[in-house]
Design a protein around this ligand. Structure first.
Ligand code: BDP
Length: 715
């Protein structure tokens, strides 16, 4: 071929365009690696990381936990630097040194400052420092225990991957940082939207999936230190010998990563297994059974964490079946576990037919638990959902926070998005968790300050990307980071996650963080604006169904929650209504008694107001409601276009997977907006103000929609 000017131009263009194209199209990823991707660093970051980790040095003898730490550092460095790192026996200049005072006497004799700091970090904290030890300049990962070293190793890797300086001293603010799996023994996950349960009970204990180890790595990287393997709607079989052996096999995999195994216990287990004649917690026979059962479990799982219990709620058995209290039930189990140092997490999510269901379901937990403050055994924690109803897109904080000063409390968040569009709609929950944790209980503490532990209902399944959607990985991540430090900022966490998950390039992180930060409010607006709640479809909780009014129990019906009629809308929880407000501290009760001083976001949670009530915007309540639905839809479309703009910067597979979900979210937002407007208009009888688009279909169309086989629905 003759070399012409033409070919030269083409060759030049190819030479110029190819590198751009190569940079513009990162290799496809399936999301399995989560935030532990360890992709090659750019030149500057690479030089800095190389200088910090010429070799990896573990002081002293390896343990299963330090082995995991060293393995993770090796894996991370190999990925980020593109070559296998050296592992050395002694520190030299530029070593990445892992040491506890027990492992390295020099550390005990180190500067006062270092020693002093270590002393404040407890059993799980760590510190990262560039310092001089034993005559060498090293990057030090120091802790008081091996598990602290593992957490420190993950923190160092996080800094390396995001370009942060390795300077930190960190200890968890909460003792218990738990995941709750609502996983059934047949691998169906209640409210799960990311495939089957990762726990393959049938194959266990002989076959231990690699996923269990990767699950442990991901959780340890966040500092999660406990996991409840099975659904709160539990089965007696889980406490039989074969299943205890299966749980023990999982515990063996998780142990080096500092994660204890817990089980959900069904209160009537001994009775249902036909081993006792009753499940009455005060019966000696029953107490002896649970004691024997605890002994049996600890024989095979010596560090078993304890039980999580859902009792006398939604048809589950409990102590009230025998006219005993929640404290009687919890304390009986606590007595069986105490000799082994196990704990009971007793859920305050109680809602049963009867007086409360008829008047105000929101009041039941407080009414039943507040009088029991001070009567629980020392190893019982009461686990309280973030709000008094049920994991809604927005709820005011639960009035039990701040109201039980003598009882250790755990926060229960739902990471899986049962009421926020499953794993198809994008909703970053970091902002929601932060909003609740930072709420001031006006008892001298924020919600975060009332907590001893935190539990998150997991969104993890056997989908290749673990969470169904890549964006939902951010919710697992944010939950874990907030469980470690409930005062952390949702925005900082989002930034860190975006950098680790996609790229530390600010052209990626900035727009991704903007999307994350606006996403939950978007969902609130197109589903339940201004304090509306629980107007989702029966059972599946996915689509809109504000019209449902025919279910057997009053508090199963959306009309119970919004109370819309020709005059107005909203649930009156002030003194003129159910007075649920009096469950809050007097300052809050006073402030929220008046709609004008109630935060707009909770307006219809606490007040029933006329449609022409004038909002701070100057619009009527009716017009404001419509405006919120419109904003929700507009913002869903904005999420879609923001993602489209990121296309050149995101790998094709993950780009496409989220692109499809964001398109579905626009469809879902349109459906919610149109169905709710059609319905509320049918009850208010009001015209749509100019500029507000009429719903695409008549109300009957939306009422006829069905969602057969919706995932995660137990019925
Ligand atoms: C509800 C869920 C239901 C759970 C229940 C609970 O719809 O599947 O069993 O919470 O927390 O929101 O016990």
């Amino acid at each position: 071929m003759r070399f012409s000017f033409h070919t030269a131009v083409i060759a030049l263009l190819v030479a110029l365009i190819l590198p751009v194209a190569a940079r513009a199209a990162p290799a496809s990823e399936d999301g399995y690696d989560l935030w532990l991707r360890y992709r090659p660093l750019d030149k500057t970051a690479r030089a800095s990381v190389q200088a910090q980790a010429r070799s990896i040095v573990l002081a002293g003898e390896p343990s299963p936990t330090t082995r995991a730490a060293v393995e993770e550092l090796k894996r991370g460095l190999a990925g980020m630097l593109g070559r296998d790192p050296a592992v050395a026996a002694r520190p030299g200049d530029g070593a990445l040194l892992l040491a506890t005072p027990a492992r390295l006497p020099e550390l005990a004799g180190a500067t006062n400052a270092l020693r002093g700091e270590l002393a404040t970090l407890g059993d799980e904290g760590y510190l990262l420092r560039q310092t001089r030890i034993a005559g060498h300049n090293v990057t030090l990962i120091a802790a008081n225990t091996d598990i602290g070293l593992l957490y420190g190793a993950y923190a160092w890797l996080r800094d390396a991957a995001t370009g942060a300086k390795p300077e930190a001293a960190s200890a968890p603010k909460l003792q218990l940082r738990m995941l709750n799996h609502w996983d059934n023994l047949d691998r169906v996950v209640e409210r799960g939207y990311s495939g089957q349960s990762i726990w393959d009970w049938w194959a266990l204990p002989d076959i231990k999936d690699q996923r269990y180890t990767d699950y442990a790595r991901a959780n340890a990287s966040l500092g999660i230190n406990g996991t409840v393997l099975n659904n709160v709607n539990s089965k007696p079989e889980v406490l039989t010998a074969p299943f205890i052996a299966k749980a023990a096999a999982v515990a063996d995999v998780l142990r080096p990563y500092g994660i204890k195994v817990y089980l959900s216990a069904r209160f009537s287990t001994p009775l249902e297994l036909h081993e006792t004649a009753t499940a009455d917690p005060l019966s000696p026979e029953v107490r002896a059974w649970w004691q024997r059962k605890a002994d049996e479990i600890y024989k095979v799982i010596p560090d078993f964490g304890g039980f999580l219990v859902k009792a006398n709620s939604e048809g589950q058995p409990g102590p009230q079946d025998y006219h005993r209290t929640h404290a009687d039930g919890a304390n009986m189990l606590a007595a069986a576990l105490a000799p082994h140092k196990g704990i009971v997490m007793w859920r305050a999510f109680v809602y049963a037919p009867g007086e409360h269901s008829a008047s105000d379901r929101a009041k039941q937990a407080y009414d039943e638990f507040k009088p029991l403050d001070g009567s629980f055994a020392a190893n019982v924690l009461v686990q309280v959902k973030n709000g008094a109803i049920d994991f809604q897109p927005r709820e005011p904080f639960h009035p039990l926070f701040g109201a039980m000063p003598k009882t250790p409390l755990m926060m229960e968040f739902q990471i899986t998005k049962e009421y926020l569009g499953f794993s198809t709609d994008m909703a970053y929950l970091g902002t929601m968790f932060e909003e609740t944790l930072r709420s001031d209980t006006r008892t001298g503490r924020t919600v975060a300050q009332t907590l001893t532990g935190m539990a998150g209902v997991a969104n993890i399944g056997s989908d290749r990307n673990w969470s169904g959607s890549h964006f939902d990985q951010a919710n697992w991540y944010a939950y874990g980071r907030l469980a470690w430090n409930p005062q952390a900022s949702a925005r900082d966490i989002a930034t860190e996650w975006a950098a680790l998950t996609f790229s530390p390039d600010v052209r990626v992180t900035a727009p991704v963080v903007d999307m994350l930060m606006m996403s939950r409010e978007t969902v609130v607006n197109y589903m339940t604006p201004l304090g509306l709640h629980h107007i989702m479809g029966t059972g599946h909780h996915y689509g809109p169904a504000p019209w449902v009014d025919n279910l057997e129990r009053p508090d199963w019906n959306p009309v119970y929650y919004h109370r819309a009629d020709s005059k107005g809308i909203g649930f009156d929880r002030t003194a003129s209504g159910t007075n649920a407000l009096e469950q809050y501290a007097p300052e809050i009760a006073r402030q929220y008694a008046d709609p004008h001083t109630t935060p707009e976001q909770f307006l219809l949670w606490f007040h029933h107001l006329p449609w022409d009530y004038v909002m701070p915007s100057g619009r009527t309540l009716w017009a404001e409601l419509l405006a919120r639905y419109d904003k929700g839809l507009a913002d869903a479309k904005s999420l879609q276009s923001r993602w489209a703009a990121l296309k050149p910067m995101i790998d094709p597979r993950r780009y496409r997977e989220e692109e499809q979900r964001l398109a579905r979210q626009v469809y879902n937002a349109t459906l919610w907006r149109d169905a709710c407007i059609a319905y509320f208009q049918s009850v208010s009888g009001l015209a749509l103000p100019p500029g507000v688009q009429a719903p695409a279909h008549p109300l009957a169309y939306y009422q006829a929609l069905r969602y057969p086989y919706a995932p995660g629905n137990p019925k």
